[in-house]
Design a protein around this ligand. Structure first.
Ligand code: NAD
Length: 468
């Protein structure tokens, strides 16, 4: 594991030495004071402001992302998260007094948020800036030292982040390990105090197994098939535009993108028309020439997606070019639950439409699969809202708007079941990256605890029963 470039580390430092160095630095206590934490958040903010163009360039290189999309979904997204953390940090970290029951009084009981120690953050390729730096911000806000492992698949962004992190953050407290499965395995073998992983359920299991070896707590931000249920009676043109926007952003490589549509009660044909129209509106007649359409991350991902192109009935799109890792925004109808495209997370610009007769059937279909990271429903009906909220389980629900919930700082972001474990963003990040230490502080005098000491007497028992 030597020879990897690593911010804040000598080129030949091993992963073990990096983790040991971060642990040693944590033990000095220098990362605990709030001013140090705020300084790191300020550093992140400066990094994002001063290096926006470089980051945008790297994202364009790796994923063909349009600059405004990179600004919104990566750079400014993290900047907003950093602003939220800076604004509320002191109040979120303030000890929280809790009630002390009468039989324990006089005493003070409160909850302290303490740093965990060394935190490992492992990122995926699709939003390589957001999904590495947003958890990093939370971990630093909580006073931890952090080792981050960007995705090797977005190599230009990983190299740039390595350099920027070394330049803008405390190199004693933050280290970057680069590499793929091998480097990640070496990192996972190290004992740390928390592992924050974003990626596939397949690798999530590898992470959870490795963490179990040291009883290390994990946060798993995974994926899955997030449905978009469309009911009759909704404004189909607007619903279609929103679905197309959410689905084809970043060429469909978004964990909370609508993975497929469930068209309820005959909305299919009309919806198909609007979806095709919305694709044309956003990406033109020749999407390959649109500067706003991203590219598939690599050939392996392209080949996996190309298998789906022959399935169902083509509504629009279908064009593809392996050399350019290009797949046109594609909508396919008449798919069946047995088709390959319905058997795994699509994670690309292909939108299958499943048709059902009634909402109950849609709900049954969702419940037959793994719990989604997000569930979207386009509806005007409060009854439908209630049914969906009470009869399905998912990381999040978006009514009439895909993806937008991620942008609400007060909403924890995370999955449930196979779509993830734990959550973050804003206050949820503080809860994830710190330990809630319970403290009871009782004066020695008067010794009111005497009533629970043996020998027990009738009088003591009477007093205890009255106090409880
Ligand atoms: P991935 O699981 O292939 O890779 C994620 C990270 O794990 C990378 O850093 C990679 O180097 C590392 N890795 C890969 N194979 C490994 C192995 N065998 N052992 C140890 N480490 C390994 O995921 P990806 O392809 O980068 O991202 C796509 C997946 O991530 C999708 O399933 C998507 O839904 C999910 N995702 C989830 C969220 C979320 O916030 N919940 C966000 C983005 C992506």
């Amino acid at each position: 594991m030597s020879g990897l470039t690593r911010a804040g580390a000598s080129v030949n430092e091993s992963v073990s030495a990096t983790v040991a160095r971060l642990r040693g630095h944590f033990a000095t206590g220098r990362t605990k004071p709030i001013p140090w934490r705020l300084e790191q958040l300020k550093g992140l903010d400066r990094m994002l402001r001063e290096s926006g163009d470089e980051l945008t360039g790297a994202l364009r290189f790796d994923l063909g992302k349009a600059a405004p999309e990179s600004f919104l979904a990566e750079i400014d997204f993290v900047a907003a998260e950093v602003r939220t953390l800076r604004k509320h940090l002191r109040s979120w970290l303030r000890p929280k007094r809790v009630h002390t029951p009468p039989h324990l009084q006089p005493a003070k009981a409160y909850v302290l948020r303490e740093p965990l120690g060394v935190v490992t953050v492992i990122g995926p390729f699709n939003y390589p800036v957001q999904l590495l730096l947003a958890p990093l911000a939370g971990a630093l806000a909580c006073g931890n030292t952090v080792v981050v492992k960007p995705s090797e698949a977005a190599g230009a962004t990983a190299a740039l982040l390595d350099e920027l992190i070394g330049r803008y953050l405390d190199p004693e407290a933050v280290a970057v390990v680069q590499g793929g499965a091998e480097a990640t395995s070496a990192l996972l073998a190290e004992r740390v105090d928390h592992i924050f992983f974003t990626g596939s359920a397949r690798v999530g299991k590898v992470v959870a197994k490795a963490a179990a070896e040291h009883l290390t707590p994990v946060t798993l931000e995974l994926g899955g098939k997030s449905p978009a249920i469309v009911e009759p009676g909704t404004d189909l043109a607007t619903a279609a535009r929103r679905i197309v926007w959410g689905k084809f952003m970043n060429a469909g490589q978004t964990c909370i993108a609508p993975d497929y549509v469930i068209a309820v009660g005959g909305v299919g044909p009309e919806l198909e028309k609007h979806l095709a129209e919305a694709v044309r509106e956003m990406y033109g007649h020749a999407p390959a020439e649109s500067p706003d359409l991203g590219r598939i991350i690599d050939e392996a991902a392209f080949d996996r997606l190309a298998r789906f192109l022959g399935e169902g009935r083509l509504v629009c799109g279908g064009g593809h070019n392996r050399d350019e890792r290009y797949i046109a925004p594609t909508v396919i109808a008449d798919v069946s639950p047995e088709d390959a495209v319905m058997g795994e997370e699509v994670f690309g610009p292909i939108l299958p439409i499943l048709t059902v007769d009634a909402l109950d059937e849609a709900i049954a279909h969702v419940n037959a699969g793994e719990k989604p990271l997000a569930l979207y429903a386009f509806t005007d009906s409060d009854l439908t809202r209630r049914r969906i909220l009470t009869r399905t389980s998912s990381g999040a629900v978006g009514f009439n708007a895909p993806m937008a919930h991620i942008d609400v700082p007060g909403l924890p972001f995370g999955g449930v079941g196979h779509s993830g474990l734990g959550s973050y963003h804003g206050k949820a990040s503080i809860e994830t990256f710190s330990h809630a230490k319970s403290v009871l502080d009782k004066p020695l005098a008067p010794d009111t605890l005497r009533v629970v000491y043996p020998p027990f007497t009738a009088l003591k028992e009477q007093v205890l029963r009255r106090l409880r």
